[in-house]
Unconditional design. Structure first.
Length: 121
């Protein structure tokens, strides 16, 4: 059975780059969401093995998204890789305190992201 990754990012470029990692990998299914509210529903409607999450999004930002899913028994054990343009250590500390398993800064380093995804899957 394929592992399923939920990628949540309001940047089309980031979604495209993350998608390119998995295109040729039949062992991984991925769901791309540019709307964090829809992504929450997608998470509850599907069996998700890993979330790659942008922290800076309109409406529901990644910090609030993390906070909600880590408080919910159904989703609290899904690993989350925060992927963000935020460069400050306070944002990283906050994401980790809210339950992120890892924190990667943009611009995306495809090799590093792929290594982290393989680590958590």
């Amino acid at each position: 059975m394929a592992r399923r990754i939920l990628v949540v990012d309001d940047s089309e470029t980031s979604l495209f780059l993350v998608q390119s990692i998995f295109e040729d990998n039949s062992a991984i299914d991925y769901i791309l969401e540019s709307d964090s509210q829809k992504a929450l529903q997608t998470l509850y409607d599907n069996s998700i093995d890993l979330i790659v999450l942008d922290l800076m999004m309109p409406a529901l930002d990644g910090f609030e998204f993390l906070s909600r899913i880590k408080k919910d028994e159904q989703t609290q054990n899904v690993p989350v890789i925060a992927l963000t343009a935020l460069q400050d250590s306070e944002s990283e500390k906050r994401a980790m305190e809210l339950g992120a398993n890892d924190y990667l800064r943009k611009p995306i380093d495809i090799d590093e992201l792929e290594q982290k995804i393989n680590l958590y899957l």
